[in-house]
Design a protein around this ligand. Structure first.
Ligand code: PEP
Ligand code: MG
Length: 758
């Protein structure tokens, strides 16, 4: 069968329709209203590849490449994609697909109706395998020609470089992975929001509903404080209605793209959902919960009075929080090396000392990598290691950031681990306390697993709790925490793992390739979090880190790279790279990823903000209008001059306390000899933070934090009291931070209530 309607699919049809398609079918069959659509089956793709004869050609290309050679991989991906795009789709397939689309148009009574076209990949022997975020999604597609064009693009996206790499890394045979394509009417909501079918904090049988005007993006992304309703599911009694001031909404403009606009004055404080609508929603919640047999987290929309469900997933975390024992390392052997705890968890394994990049091969699965300091080329080997120990560095160095993201325990700044630890000896490391013990611990498996628990905590906070992401592969794990978006996407790590210096793309005249490289990687993150906001930080490229890349030979040797040519000052000297970055984000916006904002790093003068915005405008991508544009506060000068920056115009600010601390205290953050003098809680640093938050609050500018201090619960508690609007943490810290934020918010409410009683 080439084409199957949602009505004819259910959750066991993953092999035919992929996970996404099968789940939409399941909801449809259960009688839950979802926007109608159909799936172009995995078999259609298979037949297209076989009958046209290109399957053999594609497999031959794939057989020949070394996937670790980025250039070769990318060239092969381009060749295969072009081949698929240039191969005509047989007439009988085209006819059936167009017929299904036309039937959909008839059904919704609209010519050339707008549809979303989504990839839904599936593996022959392992239909449950997850390929989420590997392939493309296209929004607002309309008309026969466009529909066919984008279906073919979805098929081609099975051969994006990242998808090929992912399959090879995870031992999936290319020839046994197929792609189904979901074609679904775009929802055009008048009002939308989310519903938990039980109270997610207590498990009580109360439907908790949040709603606001326009498309659901405003609620999911946290752009508005939505109305909040609670309905007792036993008797449909509405037990709570809180109406808020809803300032913005998303609507579709004439050409169908979603845009953020102000809510008309008379609707801002108007109640969104009537009693009848609340009961209709609650009843639907009951049906979904009964159908799946468990409490569900759903997204809903009303369009012209009709209720639709856009998504439903189980609330997985009710009451199953795993705590990491605090003294997990108390009964281990002798401590042989001490350093800073950089990534929590316990790990045991054989020591492998890496003093040169040529020695990376000796790291086998489960070994402990011991090195002076990690570099970007070590990331593949870091992935194989069960733990990492470095001589140098602080808790915000390369080894720390990457190991936290990979979920690998890590101890940094040990001074001389490469000299003290013996090759091939067994050790156990405690990445929380920063200790390395002699011998292998029996209990490390359990402890590591507990630490790896990144399930979403069932707590709702007004202050958003977001995630820091550096590597696209880590995005899905970060999104699984239920984080409210990405408060920092570190581009330099994306670039570093691509292996090629961005300047080399420019000097070779390969700007388009640079744009695609950035866009492809950022899209994975934007997809995992869509439609929650993702703040893309433009390149902050320190010369000493970029020197190891292909084409990095020309990096100047600086006396102190931390104070040197990096951040926005470097980008303004090399505007071609900055332009490519802006073009990559613009391209993703055009593909529907309007959830991506831009943030500039390491600014010391409002003039830099002005210039960066002018470069963005020069490519026809208007800051504030087309894209949210913000900045990091990482230099005391920026914190002190925040008023001047606000005058130039910013949508948001994020406190980069890693750099703010080093520049305020004159302590190199990567230098273990002065690590004891490095503290974000130094009164001078805290004063700059408080001032920035206060000034932003006065001006109505969103203020967040993405430095390491945002992952430290007792500091976060203070920031909430100062009035911070969001906190961006490392994935492993999100659950704890969310609890701290909730407690701090409740304390503020309680204190205010007590004061009123006095
Ligand atoms: C910071 O400086 O706090 C920050 C988040 O940026 P980075 O750690 O990437 O310098
Ligand atoms: Mg920084």
């Amino acid at each position: 069968m080439y084409v199957v309607k949602f009505e004819d699919l259910n959750k066991s049809d993953i092999g035919i329709a992929g996970g996404k398609g099968a789940n939409l079918g399941e909801l449809t069959q259960a009688g839950i209203p979802v926007p109608p659509g159909f799936v172009v089956t995995a078999e259609t793709y298979e037949k297209f590849m076989e009958d046209s004869g290109i399957n053999g050609q594609v497999m031959d290309i794939l057989d020949k490449i070394d996937i670790n050679d980025t250039k070769e991989l990318q060239a092969a991906a381009e060749e295969i994609k072009s081949l698929i795009i240039a191969t005509p789709i047989p007439d009988d397939m085209t006819t059936l697909i167009i017929e299904a689309y036309n039937q959909l148009c008839q059904r919704v009574d609209e010519d050339d109706t707008d549809v979303a076209i989504r990839s839904s990949a599936t593996a022959e022997d392992l239909p449950e395998a997850s390929f989420a975020g590997q392939q493309d999604t296209f929004l607002h597609v309309s008309g026969n020609d466009e529909v066919m064009e984008y279906i073919r693009k979805c098929w081609a996206s099975l051969f994006e470089a990242r998808a090929i790499f992912y399959r090879e890394e995870n031992n999936f045979e290319h020839s046994k992975v197929y792609i189904a394509v979901v074609v679904q009417k775009m929802a055009n909501a008048d009002k939308a929001g989310v519903m938990f079918t039980v109270n997610p904090s207590t498990g009580e049988e109360i439907a908790l509903i949040e709603g606001s005007w326009g498309l659901g993006e405003s609620v999911v992304s946290g752009d508005v404080t939505p109305d909040n309703y609670q309905v007792d599911k036993k008797n449909n009694e509405i037990v709570n209605v809180t109406i808020s001031d809803k300032k913005v909404m998303y609507t579709n403009d004439e050409d169908g793209t979603s845009v953020k606009v102000e809510v008309p004055e008379n609707m801002r404080k108007e109640r969104v959902l009537s009693d009848e609508e609340l009961i209709e929603l609650t009843e639907m919640g009951k049906r979904v919960q009964a159908h799946y047999g468990e409490p569900m987290d759903t997204e809903w929309a009303f369009e012209k009075g009709n209720l639709f469900l856009l998504q439903a997933r189980p609330i997985t975390t009710l009451g199953d929080d795993v705590e990491v024992a605090d003294d997990e390392s108390s009964d281990l052997g002798e401590v042989i090396v001490r350093g800073l705890g950089a990534s929590p968890g316990m790990a045991s394994g054989k020591v492998k000392i890496v003093l040169d990049i040529d020695e990376l091969d000796k790291i086998k699965d489960g070994d402990i990598m011991v090195t002076t300091m990690t570099t970007p080329d070590m990331v593949p080997a870091m992935r194989r290691a069960s733990g990492i120990v470095t001589d140098e560095g602080g808790v915000t160095c390369h080894a720390s950031i990457i190991s936290r993201e990979l979920g690998i325990p890590c101890v940094v700044g040990t001074g001389d681990a490469t000299g003290t630890l013996k090759e091939n000896s067994g050790v156990t490391l405690d990445g929380k306390k920063g200790l390395v013990f002699e011998g292998i611990s029996e209990t490390k498996e359990e402890a590591t697993q507990a630490t790896a628990n990144v399930e979403a905590a069932p707590i709702i906070t007004v202050t958003e709790v977001k995630a820091n992401v550096s590597m696209p592969e880590a995005a899905e794990k970060a999104a699984a925490t239920g984080a409210d978006g990405v408060g920092l996407l570190r581009t330099e790590h994306l670039m570093l793992t691509s292996g090629v210096h961005p300047g080399k793309f420019i000097s070779d005249g390969r700007e388009d390739e640079l744009i695609d490289t950035i866009a492809d990687k950022v899209q994975i993150v934007a997809d995992a979090f869509y439609p929650k906001p993702v703040w893309y930080r433009t390149l902050d490229a320190p010369t000493d880190e970029f020197i190891t890349l292909e084409g990095g030979e020309n990096e100047p040797e600086e006396h102190n790279p931390m104070l040197g040519w990096r951040g926005i000052r470097r980008e303004l000297d090399q505007p071609e790279i900055l332009k490519c970055e802006f073009k990559a984000i613009q391209k993703l916006h055009e593909k529907g990823y309007t959830n991506i904002g831009i943030m500039i790093p390491l600014s010391q003068n409002p003039e830099e903000l002005k210039q960066a915005k002018a470069i963005c405008s020069s490519i026809g991508f208007e800051p504030h209008k087309d894209v949210d544009f913000g900045m990091m506060v990482e230099i005391p000068a920026a914190a002190i001059m925040i008023d001047e920056y606000i005058k130039v115009g910013i949508d948001f600010v994020s406190l980069g306390t890693n750099d703010l601390t080093q520049y305020t205290l004159a302590v190199d953050r990567n230098n273990e000899f002065v690590a004891k003098h490095y503290s974000e809680e130094h009164p001078a640093v805290m004063k700059l933070i408080e001032r920035t938050i206060r000034k932003c609050a006065e001006a109505g500018v969103t203020c967040s934090i993405c430095g390491q201090a945002g992952s430290v619960p007792h500091i976060v508690e203070k920031l909430v009291a100062f009035g911070i609007t969001s906190v961006s943490s490392n994935t492993d810290a999100i659950a704890d931070v969310r609890k701290t934020v909730a407690r701090a918010e409740q304390k503020i409410i309680l204190d205010a209530a007590r004061k009123r009683l006095e």
